[in-house]
Write a new protein. Structure first.
Length: 131
């Protein structure tokens, strides 16, 4: 049974890798390069998309703090650094109807991260249409 479990795990990993390739395949990513903390934040986004929004294709990821002052202040008052990454995406035509409409593009879906210091990794606090 351990072998069967391992084989099932390998199949899941391959499916996850395919989903990952599909989700970010055409994305324009306008974020600081060579920053392991930012890379980890993008990985968290990717993992969430694979689990929660597998029929979405990201068209753009970019840093944005415009208009988020009250939300940011809530976390900064606790001594936390903040990062907001906005995502534009479209939903596949043949996706199951749900929260997002199949065949539709969306802009400004936000992922908000915090960390205690520059040496820490980002933690996802909130995501969605935050404004």
């Amino acid at each position: 049974t351990l072998l069967a479990s391992s084989a099932a795990s390998d199949v899941y990993k391959r499916q996850e890798e395919k989903a990952s390739e599909k989700i970010l395949a055409d994305a324009v990513i306008d974020l600081p390069e060579n920053d392991p903390a930012i890379d980890r934040a993008v990985k968290i986004i990717e993992e969430n998309l694979i689990k929660e929004m597998p029929d979405c294709h990201v068209t753009s990821l970019h840093e944005n703090d415009a208009g988020y002052a009250p939300l940011l202040q809530k976390y900064e008052d606790k001594g936390l650094e903040t990062l907001i990454i906005d995502m534009d995406f479209y939903v596949e035509e043949d996706a199951e109807p749900g929260v997002f409409t199949p065949g539709t593009s969306y802009e400004g879906y936000s992922w908000m991260f915090t960390r205690e210091s520059k040496d820490d990794t980002w933690t996802l606090e909130e995501n969605g249409f935050l404004l």
